[in-house]
Design a protein around this ligand. Structure first.
Ligand SMILES: [Zn+2]
Length: 496
């Protein structure tokens, strides 16, 4: 006997249940080899068998069986041959006429009247199952949806009350979902930073893991969270409690759409400007390998550096900078207590300055009064013009001196200075956090503000040079001497 092998898988079939075309072919080749069956041709078709006359290869194969090119068929299951009565009838007729002598699957052999009957049942079942299931599922879903009942599994942040009885907010996770939408809508977070922040705050997936960016993305794009149910492009009003508002949801969609485009370009090269090779002094350059992996390495501009053979992934470089920022981040306690002392002394100074100011103001008033009196005396001709001129010059000189002193005092407003210094302090105690939670833009801005440059060798930071304002950071944590801290607070320029 000669056999045709027929494999079929349609795109609409559940990928988990039906084996791939290659797997089907392998199973059937094994079946043929083990039973020493002669296979003359293999047919592979990617079409549905739910409707009749939908498969050109299947029809061609049956024609060739009628012509006598083969008299047996190998399939993994009879439902590969047909899921509708018309096509099933064609196969059964060929068996009845004897043009087809047998149909074999790895578990069954159909070649007698009785097995023909079984095969008929199989077909009927396949067809019925296929039609019935989809109709039932569709009808059930639609009526549920129209009632606003959530169909199927509750998304992360909700719980199924009882099977088929809708969903309610998960008392723990729902808060994180709300937070995720709020944070991302603020624009201050990338997906990655959001994932890390949520994890730090205690958010876990159903498997107890960090919700990675793909999961976060799925959450942020799921409209069901703002109280509707979207299925197959249709929107139904849901009965479940929303975890975010429509306005926030829309903002998040806008941000997601905007972020995906321009990010790629500055992406990942953010460290390049700050890195030098410690062996040859050349710049470290960045590139992209295989269209997706960003790497850093020495440019080897002088042509004799061994370092340029080392490639560091962007993740590696990022973790080095993370370590760097963790090292220079100030101890929050020390920074706070020294800042408090500094603020007290500045405000104390301000008080004595105010006293000084009051004295100067009195002096100014007095000079002005005397000038007025001098003028009166001259108009009343009680003094000579010469005397008047001399005396007037003296008083005008005194007046301008006092005015200048006043100007100098008024310039310094300790409150705005303190505010700036406090801001710098706050930054200094959270550098590591700003770096780890910030997106690429935040990271780059932070590097620019803090770091002049640093040198690398063998995948490690060898030396760093901080910008002037931040230079004391490298030593401050090592001392609790308030004077050293005070100098730093004093040295802070107006604009961090
Ligand atoms: Zn080098």
């Amino acid at each position: 006997m000669r056999y045709f092998i027929y494999c079929r898988k349609s795109s609409e079939e559940d990928t988990r249940q039906i084996q791939s075309l290659d797997t089907q072919l392998r199973l059937l080749s094994d079946l043929a080899a083990n039973n020493k069956l002669e296979v003359v041709e293999v047919f592979k078709e990617s079409k549905s068998a739910r409707l009749a006359n939908n498969r050109p290869l299947f029809n061609l194969m049956l024609e060739r069986i009628q012509k006598g090119e083969a008299d047996g068929l190998l399939v993994v299951h009879t439902d590969r041959l047909a899921r509708n009565f018309t096509d099933a009838g064609l196969v059964i007729t060929l068996l009845e006429t004897g043009e087809l002598k047998e149909v074999r699957t790895p578990t069954n052999l159909y070649n007698t009247t009785q097995s023909l009957l079984y095969m008929g049942f199989d077909f009927v079942f396949a067809a019925h199952y296929s039609r019935d299931l989809s109709v039932k599922v569709k009808a059930g879903m639609e009526s549920k949806l129209l009632k606003g009942e959530y169909p199927g599994h509750a998304p992360l942040g909700y719980l199924n009350v009882r099977p088929g009885k809708g969903i309610i907010p998960d008392p723990q996770r729902s808060l994180f979902i709300t937070e995720a939408f709020n944070l991302f809508a603020s624009g201050a977070y990338s997906l990655k930073a959001l994932s890390k922040t949520l994890y730090k705050n205690g958010f876990r997936t159903k498997l107890g893991k960090r919700a990675y960016t793909s999961v976060i993305h799925r959450i942020l794009t799921n409209p069901d969270y703002n109280g509707v149910i979207v299925r197959k492009g249709k929107t139904y009003p849901g009965k479940h409690k929303p975890l975010t508002t429509k306005a926030i949801f829309d903002t998040v969609q806008e941000r997601l759409a905007n972020k995906s485009r321009p990010r790629k370009q500055i992406h990942n090269f953010i460290y390049r400007d700050f890195m030098n090779c410690s062996v040859c002094g050349c710049k470290i350059t960045a590139g992209i390998a295989k269209h997706k992996y960003t790497y850093y390495r020495c440019t080897n501009g002088k042509g004799h550096c061994e370092q340029h053979k080392n490639y560091w992934s962007v993740d590696k470089v990022e973790s080095l900078f993370q370590d760097f920022f963790s090292e220079i981040t100030l101890s929050s306690d020390l920074a706070q207590s020294s800042f408090n002392l500094y603020r007290d002394s500045v405000l104390e100074g301000k008080k004595s300055e105010e006293n000084h100011l009051a004295v100067l103001q009195q002096q100014l008033d007095s000079v002005r009064k005397r000038l007025g009196r001098l003028e009166d005396m001259w108009l009343e001709e009680r003094i000579s013009s010469n005397h008047y001129d001399t005396k007037r010059k003296e008083l005008l000189k005194e007046q301008s001196d006092v005015e200048n002193s006043l100007k100098g005092c008024r310039n310094a407003d300790p409150h705005s200075t303190l505010e700036l210094v406090e801001e710098i302090k706050n930054q200094a105690i959270s550098l590591d956090k700003i770096f780890s939670e910030g997106d690429d833009q935040v990271k780059q801005d932070l590097l620019r503000s803090v770091l002049w440059n640093c040198t690398f060798q063998n995948g490690k930071i060898v030396s760093t040079r901080l910008n002037k304002l931040w230079q004391p950071l490298e030593n401050l944590n090592k001392t609790s001497e308030i004077e050293i801290w005070r100098k730093w607070w004093d040295s802070n320029p107006r604009d961090p």
